[in-house]
Design a protein around this ligand. Sequence first.
Ligand SMILES: CC(C)(COP(=O)(O)OP(=O)(O)OC[C@H]1O[C@@H](n2cnc3c(N)ncnc32)[C@H](O)[C@@H]1OP(=O)(O)O)[C@@H](O)C(=O)NCCC(=O)NCCS
Length: 170
Amino acid sequence: MALTARVVVGPMRPEDVPAVHEIERLSFSTPWPAHAFEQELKGNRLAHYLVARAGERIAGFAGMWLMVDEAHITTFGVHPDWRRQRIGRQLLLNLVELAVTIGAARMTLEVRPSNEAAQALYRTFGFEVVGRRARYYTDDHEDALVMTTPALADPRMRELVDLERRRLSG
Ligand SMILES: CC(C)(COP(=O)(O)OP(=O)(O)OC[C@H]1O[C@@H](n2cnc3c(N)ncnc32)[C@H](O)[C@@H]1OP(=O)(O)O)[C@@H](O)C(=O)NCCC(=O)NCCS
């Protein structure tokens, strides 16, 4: 579905959870239940969640935990109707900028080797594969690739973020 409204990224609110959960359900084989998002928003001081709003609709969401100085991406999804329209890029840019603001030194995540779309998105922000966790996913026991960014303060990383910010605002 082509975007008709401007996409704006901001903090996830409790009233966003039903729409976020619907995207989660459409995106993952073992989706988090809605109450997991509610708990994250209410009770987890390490957690930071964003949504991409297109007019009145929630088009995507992303979240991370700040653990000491590492920002670990916990979940990330764009509604299937709205993919390939740079919403993922916009969310990830905002997540990286937020990670810098809250004092993260680098970012990390797990991704399925079969999930080439997500890996391609993460690579555009400097994430590289640094390891593999065997049989990580509980439903089908697929391994996970571990991807991390260079240090967020690294000039290469700053350049990538600046470039992406310019691209998305242009
Ligand atoms: C991965 C995901 C978040 C990407 O969201 P999106 O809004 O479609 O991504 P964007 O339009 O911003 O794409 C950014 C870049 O990612 C890559 N990419 C995105 N989708 C891709 C696909 N289907 N195939 C190959 N590359 C893809 C491309 O490099 C793309 O840049 P380009 O459009 O200039 O070629 C989305 O596909 C999704 O929600 N997937 C299901 C949930 C998921 O896998 N989450 C990640 C778990 S680790």
